[in-house]
Design a protein around this ligand. Structure first.
Ligand code: FES
Ligand SMILES: [Fe+2]
Length: 447
């Protein structure tokens, strides 16, 4: 029966991603030709993961204090003495550049526990605003006010509480568990996947965050599949292979690749190449017309060629830029909350709880762009309040409009799960592979 055939298929109808890139003008690199066999074990998870303060607290105890997490870009603290603060739940970590490299310390005064620094900045030492105890930027103690009154303090053993710190790809990662496995082991093959895109050679062109009225996992999961495009972003359907996406998972990271410039298998009409091009560029009906797609050319090839020409000036002539690397949405997830995009897409997301609430999160989007000559200074962080629209951040361009559509759903998903009278949400076998993989790892971490 047709229904049972459809239900037992591994993939949707239509061309697979690997078949699609086999027809590209400039072939995709080896990393995009990889496919993992993984399909994920968890077919459903407890609704309570998204709605209870008890589960949030479990994460605050078992996950965040033990896992590697991206704290900032190296370029945000370029000079010795520059520091930033990385906050997660009630934890706060100072990430500072010292003469011996980047270091991280808990942002807590060892006298009576005041937060040591209130803001990011530049410092020769950290001085507590309460009674003036101070620490050198490497974390060693510098001064104890009225030291005659603290016979119990051994200055050699009164440094700031250390946090592990390491870098990859221009990102700084921290881990509060000083006995944790090295970052390189945690990353596994991820740096190898990104080697051809050298993320360390990109600069922060934009950095926008918004407080979201939903759990951090619920938020990031909306950016881990193309399954929602059919109803959330229907304007894209003429030129997005939502259901043709490839989903993979290896070790602590997963990947989705959604092809663009190819129509969705969901639509019942056949868009011409111009309609595909207009869809993928999100041309507004009352906006200026797009350039014409020449006879004999596909929208995908035209998109790729335009993007390639734009990049040439920056990356030089000897870098091979395939159609896939400039056309497709290649979105990786490093457990638990870091989402760098592959290829020449500029996007990097990070999601985390906002404050100590299970129903609020901070979603951030970085644009990391290649540059020529001297590295431009990183963009200032632009934080949008929970009721501010993404379109208040024009630096995100078209993406702000797409986020607006996602943001329309998310508080309603939160309200829905809070009211749900069933125990579990269910995941698609293939298209929600990344969610299954994430929750499988999360289960291991919080157990
Ligand atoms: S709490 Fe920091 S010096 Fe007293
Ligand atoms: Fe979306």
């Amino acid at each position: 029966m047709a229904t049972s055939t459809a239900r037992s298929r591994d993939r949707s109808a239509g061309i697979s991603y690997q078949e699609l890139i086999a027809g590209d003008v400039v072939p995709a690199p080896a990393v995009l030709q990889l496919e993992s066999p993984y399909q994920g074990a968890l077919s459903s998870v407890s609704v309570d993961r998204y709605r209870t303060q008890a589960f949030h607290e479990l994460e605050m105890q078992k996950l965040w204090p033990r896992v590697w997490q991206m704290a900032c870009r190296e370029e945000e603290i370029p000079e010795v003495g520059d520091y930033t603060l990385y906050e997660i739940g009630h934890y706060s970590i100072i990430v500072v550049r010292t003469r011996d490299g980047i270091r991280a310390h808990h942002n807590v005064c060892r006298h009576r526990g005041r937060r040591l620094c209130d803001f990011a900045g530049h410092a020769a030492s950290f001085i507590c605003p309460f009674h003036g105890f101070s620490w050198n930027i490497d974390g060693s103690v510098r001064g104890v006010t009225s030291d005659w009154d603290f016979p119990q303090i051994d200055p050699g053993d009164f440094g700031l509480t250390p946090v592990l710190c390491d870098t990859w790809g221009g990102w700084v990662f921290v881990n509060m568990d000083t006995g944790a496995e090295p970052l390189a082991d945690f990353l596994g093959d991820l740096p190898e996947h990104f080697a051809i895109w050298s993320p360390e050679d990109r600069y922060v062109q934009a950095h926008v965050g918004k407080i979201m009225k939903c759990n951090w996992k619920l938020c990031q999961e909306a950016f881990m599949e193309a399954f929602h495009v059919i109803t959330t972003h229907p304007q894209l359907l003429a030129a997005i292979g939502d259901e043709n996406s490839q989903y993979d998972a290896w070790g602590n990271f997963s990947r989705a690749i959604t092809p663009n410039g190819t129509p969705s298998p969901h639509i019942r009409w056949s868009p011409n190449e111009q309609e595909k091009f207009d869809s993928v560029t999100m041309r507004e009906l009352d906006g200026p017309p797009n350039p014409e797609v020449p006879e004999g050319m596909t929208a995908r090839a035209m998109m790729a060629e335009g993007a390639r020409q734009g990049l040439r000036e920056v990356v030089g002539d000897d870098v091979v830029i395939s159609d896939a690397e400039v056309s497709d949405s290649i979105y990786y997830t490093l457990f638990p909350n870091f989402h760098p995009w592959g290829g020449y897409n500029r996007i990097v997301y990070r999601f985390r709880p906002w404050g100590n609430r299970c129903d609020r999160s901070l979603m951030e989007c970085y644009f990391l762009s290649p540059f020529k000559g001297e590295r431009p200074p990183p963009a200032e962080f632009h934080l949008l309040d929970e009721d501010e629209p993404w379109t208040n951040a024009p630096e995100l361009g078209l993406l702000a409009k797409v986020f607006t559509q996602d943001t329309f759903n998310l508080p309603n998903v939160q309200r829905g799960v809070e009211a749900a009278q069933f125990d579990e949400v269910v995941f698609a076998r293939y298209q929600e592979t990344k969610l299954r993989h994430f929750h499988q790892l999360l289960t291991e971490w919080v157990s």
